[in-house]
Each structure stands twice: as C-alpha cells, then as structure tokens.
Design a protein around this ligand. Structure first.
Ligand code: XMP
Length: 514
C-alpha cells in the first residue's frame, strides 16, 4: 500500500473507540486504532500526522489506569483527547481533574467560549453527548478553556492550545448525538493537523488493484467463497486485478437459505465471469449430521466437513501461490485480545491454510471496517443484495434447526425464512435490522386447521439490531408486519402451525439459537 497520511487513535478502552476510527476514515483520513501502551519510540516510528486519545472507563488518579509519558506532547504531533483522553492530557500537563459526586450521562448544551481552529463553524450553543464521572476542573497552564456547559457541570468542556496543537474535549464528538461532533473532528484533522484527506474508496480500490497485480504477477490464487460480504468483496477485488488466475471454490453444504447457492453462482460466475467452482456436498453434510442434536457437535462436524470438502477441490486444482482470506480490520483487532470463554465454537475459513498447498495468504481487506468493505463492494459494482447481505453463520441453517437436522426440517425452515425475509424487505426494514431469520424450535404444538387437529413445528422469528454482534437488542418490528409473516408462514409453509417472536436481547441470549 502506498504511504498515506495516518492518524493514530490510541485506545484507552472506551466504548466508542472503533467509532472514532471510522469517523476519521469517513473524513478521508486513514487511521489505525492501537493499544494505549504504545511507547514514544513506537509512536515516532509510526509517524502519525495527528494522535487521538479515546475515552475509557478509568480515572486518571488510579494507579492501574493507563497513563502516557509527557514526552508524547513534545513530539510536535497534534493531539486530541476525548473524555478520558481529555482528562489524561489535563492531568499529565499539570491541570486539575476532579471526581464528581454523580456521573453525567447524555445530552448537554455546551457553550463555545473561544472558537479557535477546533470550534470553527460550531454555533455558540449546541448539544453534545457526555458520559463521564471525573471532569477537568482547571486547564493546564498555557491552555485556554474553549467551552463549558451551561449547567455548570463541566467548567472545562473543551480546552486547547493553538500553539501546541493540543486539544481536549470532555464530550464525545464521534457519536451522532453530538450535533457538531463531526465538524469538531474535521476541524482537528484539517485545520489543526493539516491533513489533505487522501483516503478515498475509489483511490483505495485503484491502488489495491495495482498493488495486487504487481504482487501476484502471473501466479495462481485460490479463494474460498461463501457468498458473505467479506469473501465476496475480497474475491472481486482480486478478480479485477488478475482475472482468471483466481479460482474460487464455493462449498455448498446444503445448509444455505432458499435460492442462495444459485444466487452466488449467478452473480459471481455468470455476471462477473469468475472462475468459480461449486462443490455440491449437501448430501454428505446431511449424512454426517444424522442423529446429531448437540449444537457444539453439529458445529464441529460442519467445520470439519467443510475443510474436507474444500481440500478435495483444492487438490484437483493443485498447488497455488496465494490463498485469499476475507479478514477485515475488526477481526485483526479481535484476535489480538485476550482469551474469553468459548460460548460457541465459530466456524469460519480459519482452518483452511492447513490443508491447502500455497505459499502465502493475501488479505486485501485487513485495513478496512465493515462499512468500508461495503463501500468497496459498491465501488466494484457488486449488486446491492450482495453488498448489504446480512451476516450468516458458517454452519448455516443447521444451527437454526434445534435438534436433529433433516431434509424435511430444512425445507420447512427455508420456506419460512424466505417469507420472513420477503416481508421484512417489503416493509423497507431489510437494511435497518442487523439480522432477521427463522428458527425451527423442535417443540411441536397442537393446532387446528380447517376442522382438523395438527401437531406441527413452532417457528420462531428472530430479528435483532446491533452494531457489531457483540451485543444486540430484539428489533421492534411493527405488529402488522409480524402479522403478515405469521399468516403467510402458517398458510404457505408445510409443517408449521405456530409462530412466536423472540424478544430477548444479547446478553443474556445470543443472536443465533445454537
Ligand atoms: P451469536 O449467536 O454468538 O452470534 O450471538 C454472533 C454473530 O456471529 C454469527 N455466527 C457465526 N458466524 N460462523 C460465523 O461465521 C459461526 O459459526 C457463527 N455462529 C454465529 C451470528 O450469525 C451473529 O452474526
């Protein structure tokens, strides 16, 4: 990748750290989110055009809280501290941070006392979003107070020094509730750091295509295509660079949604002209899942069988030089974090490298956030349906069928799920809800149809809003939409006589039922 202007976002553990990074990149400036324990030497080597400290849950007075060496402020690199980051600047440079009796959460009106570069264009009063307990009660010497809150809760809502190019804001400019937050960030980047804004999607695509072409030369590339956004965009980018030197293998495990396998072939093989091989393994997967109802066993079997199927296809293709993975930036960050309890053993293509004969892995999306991957997808001309596709788990419908997976249950689930998706799209909710799908509960109930008793499946509908799948809330789908879905499923789908809607958040539930 060519050298871009880079902003360093130092992560002090705040909830909005990724959001800050995203806002910066939306303002056409490349940035990386790095742990706050980066040394001054490492920062110098990174050579950022500006540094942003994120918020965090700590108090500067606790010994165990993350601190920074004062030297960071004499590197001549502009710094913006947000919330905890703001308090940290004040504390480190000799200002005063005070512990409040009560925390301040939510919207507050802030008053701009001095515009300077940071508040250029921001009106005298505006709404900002606060979330803190400690606050800066006195700015360090040589710094001016730029804003306060009218309520008096925050005597130093912002401070800074034009000369030192160091600023702190107690409020969160990255959240949408802060009316002029984006402008404050923009001012910091463009007016204080002096960025040119050289990070654009079309530039990224053109640059990646050129770099990939150069790197790959006339060599062979292999990609496991799932139809998911990340692998689709990664493969399309590489296809644009080296055409049919790329071979994609799509394992159809027979656990996909209605029409899904055909759609993948239609878009990528027929429309885009990719060299895409489909491995039809539905029967084998069903056979291996026979009699298995434990969720973890199902996941394990599917993961293993997936790798086995892919390996078989890869052997036919023979040795390749590169294996493509659709790793994106949050995956890179996640994998750097500590170990947590295994709730579900996620199945993805992570096990492939061990069974494929290749020299190097290429991850063309590893610098991007999910929404950026989507923008690349649009830039590459992928259909909206593919680019905006909701997340779908590797083990597919098997973990949405409670108990044993059978052909009949798969068919019922596919039809019910199709109706649910259809009605959600018709109601214009498909891009507003993070995930929405049907589940077969494995607990038949009694019903009456015509004059007859029925004893059939309960179908559960699950729909959640989320930003990263780590936490989720059940979606408030209008009753009339739910009514239509329910009516259609019991009328049109075989072996379903009752519909329920899942109203549990994550935690304590998870998004998928298994
Ligand atoms: P849970 O159910 O843990 O799901 O709340 C969180 C997100 O991950 C998806 N998911 C998976 N994705 N392989 C995947 O690639 C898997 O094995 C898997 N299991 C769950 C789930 O759909 C949700 O988006």
């Amino acid at each position: 990748m060519e050298k871009h202007e880079r902003v360093l976002v130092l992560d002090f553990g705040g909830q909005y750290n990724q959001l800050i990074a995203r806002r910066v990149r939306d303002l056409n400036v490349y940035c990386d989110l790095k742990n706050c324990d980066m040394t001054v030497e490492e920062i110098k080597a990174y050579n950022p055009i500006g540094i942003i400290f994120t918020g965090g849950p700590n108090s500067v007075y606790e010994e165990s809280s993350p601190h920074v060496p004062a030297e960071i402020f004499s590197l001549g690199i502009p710094v913006l501290g947000i919330c905890y980051g703001c308090q940290l600047i004040a504390y480190t440079l000799g200002g005063e941070v005070t512990h409040a009796q009560t925390s301040e959460y939510g919207k507050r009106e802030i008053r701009v006392l001095k515009k300077g570069a940071l508040f250029e264009g921001v009106p005298a009063r505006s709404v900002s979003w606060m979330s803190h307990t400690d606050y800066v009660s006195r700015a360090p010497e040589g710094f001016e107070v730029l804003a306060d809150t009218e309520a008096g809760t925050c005597p130093v809502a912002a401070f800074g020094s034009a000369e030192k190019k160091i600023y702190g804001v107690q409020f969160h400019p990255e959240v949408v509730h802060t009316e002029y937050g984006n402008l404050v960030l923009k001012n910091f980047l463009y007016a204080v750091c002096g960025v040119k804004g050289d990070w654009t999607m079309s530039g990224f695509v053109a640059e990646q295509v050129r770099a990939l072409r150069e790197k790959i030369g006339d060599k062979k590339v292999l990609c496991a295509m799932s139809g998911g956004v990340d692998s689709a965009v990664a493969a399309t980018l590489i296809h644009k660079a080296v055409g049919n030197q790329l071979v994609c293998v799509f394992v159809d495990h027979g656990l996909l949604r209605k029409y899904e396998a055909d759609e993948v072939m239609e878009v990528f093989r027929d429309k885009l002209g990719m060299n895409l091989i489909k491995a039809d393994a539905g029967e084998v997967f069903l056979e291996r899942l026979k009699g298995v109802s434990d969720p973890e066993k199902k996941r394990k079997i599917i993961g293993e069988e997936f790798i086995r199927t892919f390996e078989k296809e890869a052997k036919k293709i023979g040795a390749v030089d590169y294996l493509v993975q659709g790793t994106i930036y949050p995956d890179v960050i996640e994998s750097g974090k500590g170990k947590s309890a295994v709730i579900k053993s996620h199945h993805n293509v992570g096990g492939l490298p061990s069974v494929v004969d290749f020299k190097e892995i290429i991850e063309p999306l590893r610098d991007l956030f999910k929404d950026e991957v989507r923008r690349v997808g649009f830039e590459l001309g992928l259909p909206r349906k593919v680019v905006m596709r909701q997340p779908f788990p590797g083990p597919g419908l098997a973990i949405r069928i409670m108990g044993e997976v059978t052909k009949e249950k798969l068919e019922t689930l596919r039809d019910a799920d199709f109706i649910f998706r259809d009605e959600i799209a018709k109601a214009g909710l498909d891009e507003k809800i993070w995930q929405y799908f049907a589940v077969i509960t494995n607990s038949p109930t009694v019903g009456v149809m015509g004059d007859f008793r029925t004893y059939e499946n309960v179908i559960a509908l699950r729909a959640v809003t989320s930003v990263d799948a780590m936490t989720a809330d059940w979606a408030r789908i209008p009753y009339d939409v739910l009514e239509k879905v329910s009516n259609r499923i019991v009328n049109e789908v075989k072996h379903a006589n009752r519909i329920v809607y899942d109203v549990t958040s994550k935690p304590p539930a998870t998004i998928e039922w298994e």
